[in-house]
Design a protein around this ligand. Structure first.
Ligand code: V47
Ligand code: SF4
Length: 369
């Protein structure tokens, strides 16, 4: 019973009461939750908040990724994926190669194509626009969620357009929404230290706001578990919550745990599962206006991703079909991430939740076969 949980919440009782009443948490409340070692209390509160928003449902979709290139003009210190042109493990697909990937999925019930890659020095907005247009010829019913705000900032500026113009052009080419990557951590000092050469926080937020205003919904993320403090995490969540109050355009939030293999911050190590669970719970509780929290299994691994459903997550992303390398290159145990729909249904129901197939806008899809 949640009432008993609240009664026994100790020094977190006032915060727990606010959660019960559906009141907004303050910055201090968020930090107090992070500083608590009472993981079972955080789980109970987060599950209560999750159930209020999505009941027993946990969402998934049928998707695959295209990673056009791992060549990138930037040098984020946490990135294990980026290569320079000419490196023997660099890749740089042309449009026909990416369309060949899409053809494999025609007639397979895929509802979403996710496109994220490095920031290529010579690919501009019209190159990616042509890609979108041709993907729609092959997969006319698929929703295309493509390009982080960092990729968008570079390709739109390079083509000489304003953000608003660039987004409108990409939407006309076939873009349907924007993924959550590139947010990293908004605190300017930490951002400067870990990824100082790419789009600053205010640009990330400005692009997502412009996208929402142009009718392109988006996701948001936070890269955590490196050199940031709890205060930095709450600052990040607070800036997202403020933008969501303004536009309502975020569909889902994805906490991305820093993975430390093969990058220049490797010496930091990785946080433990308890800390990952605590983070899920606090994100669910603080972000009272973002409907879905995603437990991204290709990065977390299946066991940890399933556990996170008891800490407030209500979405596990999609079937993936071994189409992303970002996380296996950073040390994820999922070296060939792929789940069939029956596996996905079991994955969710064995954690005690009701699996619901969704489209990219969280409309429920009835048939699950
Ligand atoms: O911005 C890179 C992260 C992001 C590491 O919108 C790392 O549904 C941890 O956009 N350890 C890109 N994280 C991924 C992305 C995404 C992923 C899943 C779902 C969605 C969605 C979007 O990957 C980057 C960065 O934050 N990342 N390197 C690393 N070593
Ligand atoms: Fe480039 Fe993205 Fe890696 Fe940063 S995280 S170096 S922007 S590919």
């Amino acid at each position: 019973m949640i009432e008993t949980v609240i009664k026994n919440a100790g020094n977190l009782k006032p915060v727990a009461e606010k959660i019960y009443e559906g009141e907004r948490l303050t910055f201090e409340d968020g930090v107090a939750l992070y500083n608590s070692g009472n993981l079972s209390l955080l789980a109970s509160l987060a599950l209560f908040a999750k159930r209020r928003m999505s009941g027993d449902k946990v969402f998934f979709n049928r998707n695959f990724h295209i990673e056009p290139t791992n060549i990138c003009v930037f040098g984020c210190k946490f990135c294990s994926y980026r290569r320079k042109k000419g490196d023997n493990d660099a890749w740089d697909f042309d449009i026909p190669e990416m369309l060949d990937i899409c053809r494999k999925y025609a007639e397979k019930g895929i509802t979403e194509v996710h496109i994220v890659g490095g920031v290529h020095p010579h690919r501009d907005l019209h190159f990616y626009g042509e890609l979108l247009r041709k993907i729609k010829e092959i997969l006319p019913n698929a929703h295309i969620k493509g390009f982080t705000a960092v990729e968008l900032d570079y390709m739109i500026r390079n083509a000489g357009y304003s953000i608003e113009q660039g987004l409108r052009i990409l939407k006309d080419y076939g873009l349907n929404s924007i993924p959550g990557g590139g947010a990293e951590i908004f605190n300017e000092d930490i951002r400067r230290t870990i990824c100082g050469d790419k789009a600053p926080s205010h640009t990330w937020l400005q692009i997502h706001e412009a996208a929402h205003n142009a009718g392109l919904p988006s996701n948001a993320s936070m890269l955590y578990g490196h050199i940031e403090s709890y205060e930095h995490r709450i600052e990040h969540l607070d800036r997202l919550r403020q933008l969501q109050d303004k536009t309502g355009g975020f569909n889902a939030f994805i906490p991305l745990k820093y993975k430390n293999i093969n990058n220049s911050m490797s010496s930091i190590g990785e946080i433990h599962t308890m800390e990952v669970m605590k983070n899920f719970a606090v994100c669910r509780l603080f972000l009272d206006n973002i409907a879905h929290i995603k437990s991204y299994w290709p990065m977390l691994g299946k066991d940890t991703a399933q556990l996170a459903l008891n800490f407030g997550a209500d979405d596990v992303d999609g079937t993936i079909d071994d189409s992303t390398k970002i996380y296996s290159m950073a040390g994820s145990e999922e070296t060939s991430p792929s789940m069939t729909v029956p596996e996905m249904l079991r994955f969710i129901s064995s954690a005690g939740f009701k699996p619901v197939e969704r489209d990219s806008l969280y409309n429920e899809i009835e048939e699950q076969n």
